[in-house]
Design a protein around this ligand. Structure first.
Ligand code: HAM
Length: 448
């Protein structure tokens, strides 16, 4: 029978054989961010459309072409979040977090939605790990934030990323730059796409970010923002670089980075890879000192970044980065008969309460089939319980990774199995250290 429907284009399932890798990477990022003082925030997957048209900017590709926007049953215009910053800032303003000690530092793991043309590393539903730091204008904050991303990549063992850095100035220097851009693009008006013709009037910087190949080519020779920033912005940028130098974080200044979202001011940065195809920007962020006011709050200089989980996982795959193994099943209980199956259920409950990963047969299979299954799921140990074991009160635990086995009392199985595991672990350590018989038996008797 054919499937009723398949996953929507640009979305993907994360299957159990891979999900533990994402979980490890995501938890690592949250933990490292926590060391910098970032605490998790969760905001809704949909917001009023106005949040994004005002926040992200209604001349951006994201707002003009890519948002999943619909009217709900009450006739309100709703949008699935295309990114995490606007929602986090809304929550910061709505809940008066500006009254808490500043800066307020938040981290998040969210799904995002953009109607883009799917390709490797570009999805319509994707996931971001992000951090936002609300309430500081100091360049030290920019450098510290970049340091956080840098440490995440280092900890995970990701190699070959380039940190590209730029300053796109403040509204004061932006005026000068906009004029220079208008003068330049006016001369190429005939080649610009219709969207960029509109941008020429409303926000010429957005032309630099257009994906249309002709606009892209013209944009290559456009005036560079770094040549137009005011002395305050230049001093801020120099201080960011000084901090990065002090922390030994390598970067290249790339004066063509403008970022695809309107809220940015001053520092912008991207971590870029050449190993995952055209969509090589794994992480992007910067300062957005005007966003709070744009959304109706009071001035709150802020900054943040977001890291694309799918792109990061592509990179991990491309680099064969070693990740910890999936958690294994400590024990599979093979049963024969109903009474044994009930005893297995009891045992599994208490062993799990003691922190172990335990499974037993819930399919009514033969012993042979249960053993085969235990092998397939790579259970570390098996134990068989049938009528005779119930009667004798003794069971045999078999080590599935080596050839060891041990007879343990069923009545006291939980404690006995725990001791057995500790002894097996010690034996492995002793083997690795080349420990002699007398030392080993002394060590093992201590655990008996
Ligand atoms: P962004 O550059 O639009 O910035 O997205 C951040 C990251 O999300 C990208 O570097 C990329 O890894 C990933 N990403 C974006 N679009 C897609 C897609 N269609 N498919 C897969 N991955 C994607 C932001 O979203 C800002 N909110 C970042 C930020 C936070 N700036 C300040 N604070």
């Amino acid at each position: 029978m054919a499937l009723v429907t398949k996953a929507i284009k640009g979305t993907q399932d994360l299957l159990p054989c891979d999900s533990y890798k994402n979980r490890f990477v995501e938890q690592t990022m949250l933990d490292i961010a926590a060391k910098f003082g970032f605490k998790e925030i969760r905001t809704p997957v949909f917001e009023h459309t106005e949040l994004f048209s005002r926040g992200v900017g209604d001349t951006t590709d994201v707002v003009q072409k890519e948002m999943y926007t619909f009217d709900d049953k009450g006739g309100r215009s709703i949008t699935l979040r295309p990114e995490g910053t606007a929602g986090a800032m809304r929550a910061f303003l709505e809940h008066g977090l500006f009254n808490e000690p500043l800066p307020q530092k938040v981290s998040y793991l969210t799904s995002c939605y953009r109607y883009e043309k799917p390709q490797a590393g570009r999805l319509r539903e994707f996931h971001q790990f992000g951090v936002e730091c609300f309430g500081t204008a100091a360049p030290a904050a920019d450098a510290e934030l970049i340091c956080l991303a840098h440490q995440i990549f280092n900890f995970l063992g990701i190699e070959g990323l380039t940190l590209e850095l730029n300053s796109i100035g403040c509204p004061t220097c932006r005026k000068l730059y906009h004029k220079a851009l208008r003068d330049y693009f006016e001369a190429h008006r005939a080649q610009l796409c219709p969207t960029c013709l509109d941008r020429l009037e409303r926000n010429p910087m957005r032309i630099l970010d257009c994906k249309n190949p002709e606009c892209k080519e013209i944009a290559q020779n456009a005036p560079k923002v770094l040549d137009y920033i005011c002395s305050d912005c230049a001093a801020h940028f120099d201080a960011v670089k000084r901090h990065l130098d002090a922390m030994n974080i390598p970067y290249v200044v790339n004066p063509t980075i403008v970022r695809g979202l309107d809220y940015y001011t001053r520092t912008v940065f991207e971590f870029v890879s050449t190993q995952i195809g055209a969509q090589g920007t794994v992480c992007g962020g910067g300062r957005y000192d005007g966003l709070a006011e744009e959304l109706g709050g009071s001035a709150t200089p802020s900054l943040g970044f977001a890291l694309g989980i799918e792109r990061l996982m592509l990179l991990i795959q491309a680099q064969n980065t070693p990740l910890p193994e999936e958690e294994k099943t400590d024990l599979f209980i093979v049963t024969m008969g109903d009474d044994a199956n009930c005893r297995a259920a009891q045992l599994a409950c208490s062993l799990r309460e003691n922190g172990m990963t335990v499974q037993y047969d819930v399919l009514g299979r033969s012993v042979k089939a249960q053993m085969k299954y235990a092998n397939k799921i790579k259970a570390c140990n098996t134990v068989v319980i049938g009528d005779s074991e119930l009667e004798s009160g003794v069971v045999t635990v078999k080590d599935m990774e080596g050839d060891g086995s041990a007879q343990l009392p069923l009545a006291d199985f939980e404690d006995a199995f725990e001791r057995y595991l500790i002894q097996a672990e010690l034996r492995k350590i002793a083997d690795g250290e080349g420990m002699e018989g007398a030392d080993l038996s002394q060590l093992l008797t201590k655990t008996e």
